[in-house]
Design a protein around this ligand. Sequence first.
Ligand SMILES: Nc1ncnc2c1ncn2[C@@H]1O[C@H](COP(=O)(O)OP(=O)(O)OP(=O)(O)O)[C@@H](O)[C@H]1O
Ligand SMILES: [Mg+2]
Length: 194
Amino acid sequence: MAFNMEYPPGATPLDADELASLIPGHITTQGELNEWEQLNIVQGEAWARKQRKEILNEAFVRQLHRQMFGETWQWAGNFRKSDKNIGVDWLKVGVELKKLLDDVSYQVAHATYSPDEIAVRFHHRLVAIHPFPNGNGRHARMMADLLVVRLGQPGFTWGSRNLIDATDTRQGYIAALQAADARDYAPLLAFARS
Ligand SMILES: Nc1ncnc2c1ncn2[C@@H]1O[C@H](COP(=O)(O)OP(=O)(O)OP(=O)(O)O)[C@@H](O)[C@H]1O
Ligand SMILES: [Mg+2]
């Protein structure tokens, strides 16, 4: 591919095969790609907000990813087929996702935690599984938003800033995810409403 991708800390590098599966032919810079992706995501979000079906199942998780990235990447909505620096063994994505969705359904049914905590824990585990080749952060934030709204709360604000660039906001977000890795969810709970 002709252009050089630059990655903020914590973003997943794309391999050559993934870059070859970019759908729009006219994109030559990272800036153009970001803009195109953002338009696609806005469409995906509009689609998602209209849905009334259950969201805590694999079909919806994949469908949302396809709606957010389907005009951009040929593999949108499909699980990854290689290992990344983040995420479970790619062969275990399906089974780990199933476990997560079952756990979250149980937490919702039994009100195990507050709505915010259920959704924030869900976000953290979903992004840790890292089901897709790219777009996991944005997809998992939207999944958590959809869930928390269904649980009767306002959508999350996630730092109220662009998380894609390498900003302090993004660093705060990654630090909060790392605290959650160590089972301290307070920073991610605060960040989601900041
Ligand atoms: N060190 C880390 N520990 C835990 N999670 C991380 C870490 N670094 C990144 N992540 C998560 O992985 C995501 C990046 O994965 P990916 O590139 O697939 O998603 P993305 O939507 O393209 O990313 P983003 O929009 O955040 O740039 C981050 O948004 C974050 O949720
Ligand atoms: Mg990325």
